[in-house]
Design a protein around this ligand. Sequence first.
Ligand code: FAD
Length: 316
Amino acid sequence: MILIVAEHAGGKLAKSTLEMVTAARDSGREGPVTLLVLGQGVAGVANEAAVVADQVLVGDLPALATYNAEVWAAATAQIAREGEATTVLIGGSRSGREYAPRVAVKLDAPYLEDAIRLSASGDALQAQRYTYLARVTETVEASGPVIVVTVKPGSFAAASAAAQPGEQYDVELELPTPRVEVTGRSVEKTSRVALTEADVIVTGGRGVGNPENFTTYVEGLADAIGAGVGATRAVVDAGWRPYAEQVGQTGKTVQPGAYIALGVSGAVQHLSGMGKSKNIIAINKDAEAPIFKVADYGIVGDVNVIVPALIEAARK
Ligand code: FAD
């Protein structure tokens, strides 16, 4: 089987999980696509998982209420071993990249990190990934009875419902007592949708002018239409916005239904993070800006003039 460890938050399956299902189906690896759902009170997540997977394995325990690398690694390795998984896919999130190498060690398996493409030939698995600050895309290959892979979020399309919902099975897990404990957690309060989950993203570039304009125009438009907020590296490097919002080769990869780029030139490193968006809408005062080469809709003009009118129209 191809084992995917489901990522979920707030009782909902994360988009990254649907992307991993596509990665699994496109990889050419044999076996049922199996989602492992770990957590406490995850029946709703398991039901969502069953819509896209061939089968769902559910570990619903108090000991799994909070993510812990030692516990997740032990549970994943146990299920991979018992199910004779040939491939284990783990999200390329901060936590996924923390426990995936532990899983590989436990299974004595090769580990491919941050895959943006997967393809199988025979019992070998090839993965593409960015390297050298994303200036180079390299292809790596591993073979063996089982291979552990992390998948870069935003690199694959989200899977849609399978022809038939997958069966769900409860699993019994032998979990270690973790040596590291989460003793506190403060969650940033925002009503805004996360960048990697958003179906519409408004991104601001240096052409927005300054941090205040970013708040007024980029966040203003995003809030008016219920979108996520992205930024170019130029804006992040200038300290206007946090790195978490950066889209591009050295930031997040996204493919929303609509990507609205305000004052973004469209440098190749930016395009590689958002070029697969279904609809790209660009506003830039330079008609020759490279972003217009990939845009489905473009407005040549000043963001300071056009965006306030868009916000007003959206609010109406
Ligand atoms: P600029 O290139 O300065 O473009 C500003 C645009 O705004 C221009 O097209 C201008 O015409 C327009 N403009 C100006 N004023 C207005 C106005 N009033 N109204 C409308 N339009 C206006 N970049 C990323 O974004 N993400 C990455 O992950 C990333 N990784 C990189 C990795 C490496 C190794 C390297 C070398 C570079 C990377 N970059 C990345 C940087 C990238 O090359 C560009 O420098 C950056 O994307 C440019 O950001 P920008 O479009 O905001 O700024």
